[in-house]
Design a protein around this ligand. Structure first.
Ligand SMILES: [Zn+2]
Length: 78
């Protein structure tokens, strides 16, 4: 067994259901949406319907698992 010398970093991801449980003000501090928090909620519900459980807090994340969470990045990629 060999430990990889390249550290893997993960983007922070939040369960979509947790976000849906937040009030307008709290949600508005975390996500921005052209239609406001109601538009954001609509999109989050659509994500759940598509099978995404998590929302990554960084739109630059390009390595996501089918459940929406970050699959990790090696330092070279990040
Ligand atoms: Zn990521």
């Amino acid at each position: 067994m060999t430990l990889t010398s390249t550290p893997t970093t993960f983007h922070i991801h939040i369960p979509v259901r947790v976000l849906l449980g937040y009030g307008d003000r709290r949600l508005g501090e975390i996500v921005t949406h052209p239609e406001g928090v109601e538009g954001a909620r609509k999109e989050l519900r659509e994500m759940l319907e598509d099978g995404a459980i998590y929302l990554v807090c960084d739109s630059k994340c390009d390595n996501r698992k089918p459940d929406g969470s970050c699959a990790g990045h090696t330092e070279k990629e990040a």
